[in-house]
Design a protein around this ligand. Sequence first.
Ligand SMILES: NC(=O)c1ccc[n+]([C@@H]2O[C@H](COP(=O)([O-])OP(=O)(O)OC[C@H]3O[C@@H](n4cnc5c(N)ncnc54)[C@H](OP(=O)(O)O)[C@@H]3O)[C@@H](O)[C@H]2O)c1
Length: 238
Amino acid sequence: MKKAIIVGATSGIGRELAKLYANSGWLVGATGRRQDLLYSLQLEYPNNIITECFDVTSSTSISHIKLLIEKLNGLDLLIYNSGYGDVSEVLDIKLDRTTVDTNVNGFIEIVNFTFNYFHHQGYGQLATTSSLASIRGNSYAPAYSASKAFQSIYLEGLHMRSKKLEAEIYITDIQPGHVDTNMSKGNARFWVSPPEKAAKQIYQAIDKRKWRVYITQRWWLVAQALKWMPDFIYHRLG
Ligand SMILES: NC(=O)c1ccc[n+]([C@@H]2O[C@H](COP(=O)([O-])OP(=O)(O)OC[C@H]3O[C@@H](n4cnc5c(N)ncnc54)[C@H](OP(=O)(O)O)[C@@H]3O)[C@@H](O)[C@H]2O)c1
């Protein structure tokens, strides 16, 4: 039985991923802060889901990950999916701090630990739900886009590192566009995907060991437009 940890599996994309891996016969370690939602997930999949309740911004996050690996009796895949971000008209320091604590500091603790764990073990897969927002700055959520850029750039470094080490460690940088969850906000949304569809495409990309994937796939077009758009045009978009 293959073993996966999904960090941030209480709602949205992460919860759908946990169900998909459990339905595919994996043993899943699901995490998040909302104990009631973890409990309901475990009740639904008593033989395939084990839970661990913790905050990724706490200093004890790695102890929880270690405990979960023990409970699972090994680890083949870890998906860092926990994320925070919100839009704000004012530049709110509290919002920015929470964003960086969750998407940068919490991320680096767990992803750094897991890469080294897999290196020691000799194999493993590591994926993170970054965002298309990682590609350019964003005036409404500058900390969010910057934090997602940090994730994607860090993962690219780990991808190159595993190649250099000739290690059997596969990295996947997941960049969703709009997915219909609590986090997705704004009136100008388009190509909004249900979380079930997003999770299915993420599952397939990880299975194929893709290094980077846009969710849903047609967001590749937007990613290319964002990458190549000259500053003088992009900066007028708001
Ligand atoms: N929805 C979109 O359109 C979209 C687009 C691009 C990227 N993404 C990314 O996709 C990921 C999943 O988001 P979602 O859209 O599925 O939204 P969501 O339903 O709000 O899920 C967010 C998940 O992150 C967990 N989380 C947040 N802060 C945490 C903390 N301090 N400690 C532990 N877990 C924490 C939440 O669990 P608890 O609250 O229970 O702790 C929850 O499971 C995020 O990284 C987000 O940035 C989403």
